[in-house]
Design a protein around this ligand. Structure first.
Ligand SMILES: Nc1ncnc2c1ncn2[C@@H]1O[C@H](COP(=O)(O)OP(=O)(O)OP(=O)(O)O)[C@@H](O)[C@H]1O
Ligand SMILES: [Mg+2]
Length: 369
């Protein structure tokens, strides 16, 4: 079966951040979003991301994503998957449960929806992903695997729920000075099942991901350093059940679960040193971009759908050679529909001329204002 194309045709935003109401129509291939600082470029890309994941990439709170003068927001997105029309609606009303509709039918479970419209995003904040806390790297793993494995997302959500309950129990034991180890045992049983599932899925994924990453890093971006990705987990060398039992006292004292896949991390190395400590900014950029494009490739091959690619303000971060590589990939059809934001219309026009781009659309924000 040929790889299916996915395209956002139209997007309507109502009271989403600075957009009180706006209707966008996109082109099938390359879409340049141009406008001044603070005009809403990132917000527009994030609204597309929202459509795919039912949450924002940048704002964890829907209240903050709602226009300051309103109590609700709406994102309505018309997509085509191959030639089928798809309509995704996100309806948020303050203090009510958020509604997601696909072709007018309400989505009851997130796990039924996520992954239908795959998407990869690259933003200026993503360097945090290399230099910041492990949470961001787990988020990368989760956002990737969830897009092609609904059971993964289910087990992950279950795991997080049990961790919250177990931690609450440990806290209450500490406060009330009573403790029932058989109750903890029940939590442990549930945790072990979900935890092992997530661990195995992550391990398998990394195993597949590493060669693709190497290929992108060395072949596409001509990186000549030795690069390595390692998956670190408490479960690598330990049976989870035994680990939980051995750490019972420590958990009671800490009033939280200290071991498990919620502390997993990815270690990125360059010539055998952690890249966040020794890598130059350019090396970190190449590393990051390779991670994201490898993410793109793996999602594409799993789903047999070309994901949407959202590139927010990447030109400031990349040299012309790497930019050329990206356009080459787009030109070769290795990448489907792309959204690129930038502040500088002249730079976009230069890029269009340099790369002889013919299939593109420019959306200039704030033009009529
Ligand atoms: N809840 C909200 N209600 C109204 N306006 C908001 C809300 N949240 C953010 N904004 C404003 O929305 C605007 C859009 O920000 P956005 O980050 O999308 O701009 P941008 O075009 O990407 O800018 P830059 O070029 O600096 O990256 C900003 O002016 C911001 O202050
Ligand atoms: Mg921005």
């Amino acid at each position: 079966m040929p790889i299916q194309t996915l395209q956002v045709q139209q997007l309507k935003l109502t009271n989403y951040k600075n957009y009180t109401f706006q209707h966008f129509v996109f082109g099938d291939k390359l879409n340049f979003i141009v406008g001044k600082n603070g005009i809403g470029k990132t917000t527009l890309l994030d609204a597309i991301y929202y459509t795919c994941f039912t949450k924002s990439y940048l704002t964890s709170s829907d209240i903050l994503a709602t226009n300051f003068d309103s109590v609700f927001f709406r994102i309505e997105t018309n997509l085509t998957l191959q030639s089928d029309n798809q309509l995704v609606e996100v309806k948020y009303l303050k203090q009510e449960k958020k509604e997601i509709l696909l072709n007018n039918a309400k989505i009851e479970r997130l796990t039924d929806f996520v992954g239908q419209f795959p998407c990869v995003i690259i933003t200026p904040d993503d360097n945090q992903f290399i230099i910041g806390t492990s949470e961001l790297r787990r988020k990368f793993l989760d956002a990737t695997i969830s897009q092609f494995s609904a059971p993964y997302l289910q087990q992950l959500m279950l795991y997080n729920k049990i961790i919250t309950q177990r931690n609450a129990y440990l806290k209450s034991c500490f406060e009330h000075r009573n403790y029932d180890s058989s109750l903890l045992e029940i939590y442990n049983q549930q945790l072990v099942q979900a935890g092992n599932f997530v661990f195995n899925a992550r391990k398998q994924f990394i195993h597949r991901f590493i060669p693709i990453f190497h290929e992108v890093y060395h072949r596409i971006f001509n990186g000549n350093e030795q690069v390595q990705i390692r998956y670190e987990s408490d479960l690598n060398d330990n049976d989870f059940e035994i680990l939980l039992r051995n750490n019972e006292n420590q958990d009671r004292q800490a009033q939280r679960t200290t071991k498990g896949i919620h502390t997993d991390d990815l270690v990125f190395e360059l010539n055998q040193f952690p890249i966040r400590k020794t890598g130059s900014q350019g090396q970190q950029k190449t590393f990051l971009l390779s991670l994201k494009l490898a993410q793109y490739q793996i999602i594409q091959s799993e789903k047999q759908i070309q994901p949407l690619l959202l590139l927010d303000d990447i030109f400031d971060k990349l040299d012309t050679e790497r930019i050329a590589k990206i356009f080459q990939l787009i030109h070769e059809n290795s990448i489907g529909q792309v959204f690129i934001s930038d502040t500088d219309i002249k730079r976009i026009q230069d890029i269009i001329n340099t790369h002889s781009i013919t299939q593109y659309n420019i959306i200039q924000l704030g033009e009529s204002a």
